[in-house]
Design a protein around this ligand. Structure first.
Ligand SMILES: NC(=O)c1ccc[n+]([C@@H]2O[C@H](COP(=O)([O-])OP(=O)(O)OC[C@H]3O[C@@H](n4cnc5c(N)ncnc54)[C@H](OP(=O)(O)O)[C@@H]3O)[C@@H](O)[C@H]2O)c1
Length: 327
């Protein structure tokens, strides 16, 4: 290999920010491939998830909250999937070529909007079931956030009733299916007629359009004595009205980031939380996914050089998730 082609091989295409800003700040650049530590893997990325929180990170608000000094060029992309290109010397779980997915919020080595990313091996996993790369790419943060909310925060038990507010969205459509798998009865509040059709197909026991006015009547029919618990992924007056259907002694959970923050009726506990990433929870998620047919819905896929458009699409009505194709 000549020196020039060797130097070329050590760089990659990425969407990188030179400064925080609007969608126009997302630019294709050639930047160095990150180096891995002993406990990390290098992933040859095939697809990245576009998170509802990505614009927030693009504007520099995560590093501000985390009190970190950012380094530029800054590569976004919490979630993604691809194959193992190299594994650090302490990593025995993965070998070159394994199909993996993984996630890390504001990874200081750069995220998944790139041909390669360096990730802690503990944050990566083999892809469960027969998910495609695009489906696996959009899965981890929203699915782990759903599972953390359902099991750790709400303590959802088989036979209990659950309201999912925002059920046709990223977290919502995954939470609904996971809750069914945990034996709950699900009242799904989706967005639009297409959202209602979608969540019915995913197995909701009852489904209603949260932008219409019949939510409380439908909730009363679903659970005349009130619903046991709620997972909320969108806030506002309609959310707070819907939450009056939760029974006294019931529980509400919502991930940090849901704005405006939901409020609970008297006698109902409410908790904001963050999704957890750990190998045990990832394994639990994989087992739940593999225990039957599971839908990870990718509504739209954009090319890497269309990352700005993908961010704009986040602000428009859509079902499930949005992905970026890296190749
Ligand atoms: N703290 C954490 O660990 C963590 C992790 C992941 C995500 N989050 C945060 O959690 C929130 C949700 O994430 P997400 O990925 O699920 O976002 P999302 O895909 O945008 O889901 C929100 C859903 O709520 C729907 N919605 C809005 N108003 C509604 C209404 N009145 N009735 C019914 N549905 C309604 C939206 O529909 P439309 O498409 O029509 O707008 C959308 O489908 C975001 O704020 C995100 O940043 C936090």
């Amino acid at each position: 290999m000549t020196q020039t082609s060797q130097a070329k091989a050590q760089t990659m295409r990425a969407v990188a920010l030179d400064k925080f800003g609007g969608p126009e700040a997302l630019k294709i650049q050639n930047i160095p491939i990150p180096e891995i530590e002993a406990d990390e893997v290098l992933i040859r990325v095939e697809a990245a998830g576009v998170g509802a929180w990505d614009p927030f990170e693009r504007e520099g608000r995560f590093v501000e909250i985390m009190g970190r000094k950012p380094t530029f060029p800054y590569v976004l992309g919490t979630d993604g999937a691809g194959t193992i290109a190299a594994a650090g010397k302490n990593v025995s779980r993965f070998k070159e070529g394994d199909r993996v997915y993984g996630a890390e919020l504001a990874n200081p080595k750069g995220g998944f909007y790139a041909q390669y990313t360096a990730l802690k091996a503990d944050n990566a996993s083999l892809i469960p079931g027969n998910l495609t790369m695009d489906q696996a790419a959009v899965l981890p943060t929203d699915a782990l956030t759903a599972l953390t909310g359902l099991e750790k925060v709400l303590g959802l038990k088989s036979g209990q009733s659950l309201m999912v507010f925002g059920a046709s969205g990223g977290i919502g459509h995954l939470a609904l299916q996971l809750a069914k798998r945990l034996g709950a009865k699900v009242f799904a509040i989706a967005s639009g007629d297409d959202g209602v059709q979608f969540v019915k197909q995913l197995g909701a026991d009852s489904a209603v359009d949260g932008r219409s006015d019949n939510v409380l009547n439908a909730a009363k029919e679903f659970a005349p004595n009130g619903i046991d618990a709620a997972l909320v992924t969108a806030g506002g007056d309609r959310t707070n009205r819907a939450l009056s259907a939760i029974r006294k002694g019931g529980r509400i959970a919502y991930p940090h980031g849901v704005m405006p923050e939901p409020t609970a009726p008297d006698g109902v506990a409410i908790e904001a939380y963050d999704g957890e990433f750990d190998p045990a929870l990832i394994e639990r998620l994989n087992n739940l996914i593999e225990s039957g047919p599971f839908t990870v819905h990718v509504d739209e896929t954009f090319r890497l050089d269309e990352a700005g458009k993908a961010h704009e699409a986040l602000t428009e009505h859509h079902l499930g998730k949005i992905a970026l194709r890296i190749d």
